[in-house]
Write a protein that binds this ligand. Structure first.
Ligand code: ZN
Length: 174
């Protein structure tokens, strides 16, 4: 029987309810052997940094609407992580950056609940050194505002995603 956390009610192949979905990773239908892996997705996040400040976005969409976030997003199929970071920065902030400006920091796992489907991601963090005076033309459908925060004044509780919170706390919080 499906456990009550499953986001599938029936097998997508044969409509049977006789399936397992252990840890919401491996879906297996006992009736027809249909198997589906709800694997983790790769995403990028970019930390724009000046001497003592970090750029945060305020999310304008769920999940975590109103919370602090970093610019970034999911990596497209066939795209590498650096290209995804440059594309997302252009889309979200209107800033053109090059792959060689990205300094790899670390990776951190995240949970991303979207329309009640729990996606899991591996977020790849890059840092870019930037002057705070740069013009930012952010995407208002995704971002409410952008804020530069001094690293000793960041309120970690206002950061929505656990991956972002953990990386900021470990690598940047004074
Ligand atoms: Zn089936």
């Amino acid at each position: 029987m499906p456990n009550n956390k499953s986001f599938f009610k029936f097998c997508p192949n044969c409509q049977s309810e006789d399936f397992t979905f252990d840890n919401l990773v491996r879906f297996h239908c006992k009736a027809c052997d249909f198997t589906y892996y709800h694997t983790i997705a790769a995403a990028v996040a970019v930390i724009f940094r000046t001497e003592n400040k970090i750029l945060f976005t305020v999310r304008n969409v769920d999940p975590d609407k109103g919370k602090l976030d970093l610019p970034g997003g999911f990596i497209d199929s066939g795209e590498n992580a650096e290209a995804a970071a440059c594309r997302e920065i252009k889309e979200e902030l209107g800033i053109t950056i090059q792959p060689n400006q990205l300094r790899y920091i670390t990776t951190s796992p995240n949970n991303y609940l979207y329309k009640n489907i729990p996606y899991r991601t591996m977020d790849i963090f890059y840092e870019v050194k930037l002057g705070a005076s740069i013009a930012i033309d952010f995407a208002e459908d995704e971002i409410e505002e952008v804020v530069w925060m001094e690293t000793d004044k960041i309120d970690l509780e206002k950061i929505g995603f656990v991956s972002v919170r953990n990386v900021i706390e470990e690598y940047y919080f004074d």
